[in-house]
Design a protein around this ligand. Sequence first.
Ligand code: FAD
Length: 284
Amino acid sequence: MFSNTFEYHRPQSIDEAIQLLHDVKGARLLAGGHSLIPAMKLRLASPAALIDISRISDLVGIKSTKDGLRIGAMTTHNAIAISDVVRKNYPVLASTAGNIGDQQVRNRGTIGGSVSHADPGADFPTVLLLLDATFTATGKKGEREIAAKDFFVDLFTTSLKEGEILTSVTVPVESAGASAVYLKHRHPASAFAVVGVAALAAMKNGKADDVRVSIGGVMASPVRAKAAEKALTGQAANESTIGRAAEAVRDSLKHPLSDSYASGEFRVHLATVMAKRALAQVCK
Ligand code: FAD
């Protein structure tokens, strides 16, 4: 299938890209193209113009800052998977990136494209919600920071405003070195998460502290399972407390997605089983 015709622009700077977004009617940003181009070929999207941001060097790279790890929006999944600083300090992020799609997808797909696209089966949104990441959006009025919990609004919908570019993602320094894990039930054809469960915990005097559970693939957007987190925080971690916490993820999973591969009921069941495994791994 061929896409509709479109204009093509390739800005060299963030300012130039923002100006183009403002001036060119019906334009969409093009990052790695691994979600947008297939959608255009299927005529699910027909932008009048593409603004290719892949040559903007300020959008690429991984930097340790006082606030945490700052990852440029155009940084590829592969660059994150093989980065020494990510592997050492945020191993869950590196392993998540390394399990996205296949090598070709990881070589082209970007963290900015993944979170801006907000596919319910995408992996980064679930993990970045777990890690309390912050998203930096840049537009005509300058920069603004958006917390992960406010970024993912609905199916394929984020809180980015018209004319804004996501320029970077920052993972807070407090999340560095945390015991965290991301498990996914892969769709056999695409590798997208049918269900993805991320968990994090710190053990203090034999009790679970700072327990976090984030679930993706089940609802339109990833969600923190607050009841599960509360159920385990301050408890000695054993089969029964972890099992109770895992069952409590159901409280956060109202209106699950359903399709020909997995019903909503099955997705919720998978989420409880995977939450139990994930919590057992981090509560050691
Ligand atoms: P693009 O396709 O270029 O853009 C996607 C959307 O985001 C577009 O609407 C675009 O305008 C917008 N956008 C891009 N960058 C920005 C920005 N900086 N600011 C604002 N808006 C922006 N993903 C997973 O998570 N897990 C998987 O297992 C997985 N498997 C895949 C398997 C296949 C075969 C394919 C084709 C894709 C798969 N993906 C998977 C999706 C992949 O990770 C995509 O690369 C990603 O979702 C989109 O990133 P991109 O850089 O290609 O963005």
